[in-house]
Design a protein around this ligand. Structure first.
Ligand code: MN
Length: 133
């Protein structure tokens, strides 16, 4: 029996960042879904219930913080980890990111090792030994 790949939704309006994130994830064996606006990301998340969401903060229209707040108050999506993608990670930004309900964040431009380690930290671990972490 082959385990199906874990699914990651990337919500990012910058085409280069979107492509880089998708490429890194696909290289690591994830199935990747993409959205370029907050509304689109929200709809896909509710429809597909991915294992993890990467959420750009600065999006046209509904921003990533508002989209995350909605995801985290919807019983169908509240348990999906949301990792913010942000160009800024000053103290105030971190408070905003966690205040909106994000589980972690990755700063842009992406550092590949950091990107991988944050994703693996926040992925739900199917069958992990109890008491870890
Ligand atoms: Mn953006």
């Amino acid at each position: 029996m082959t385990a199906s790949p874990q699914r990651v939704l990337v919500v990012e309006d910058n085409p280069l960042n979107l492509e880089l994130a998708a490429d890194l994830l696909e290289a690591d064996g994830f199935a990747v879904m993409i959205a370029q606006t907050g509304q689109e990301g929200l709809a896909l998340a509710q429809q597909e219930r991915p294992d993890l969401i990467l959420m750009d903060i600065q999006l046209p229209g509904m921003d990533g913080l508002d989209a995350t707040r909605l995801l985290k108050t919807d019983p169908s999506t509240e348990r999906i980890p949301v990792v913010a993608l942000t160009a800024h990670a000053m103290r105030g930004d971190e408070e905003l990111i966690f205040g909106a309900g994000c589980d972690g964040y990755i700063t842009k431009p992406f550092d590949i090792q950091h990107f991988r380690s944050v994703i693996h930290r926040h992925l739900p671990r199917n069958g992990a030994a109890p008491g870890q972490g």
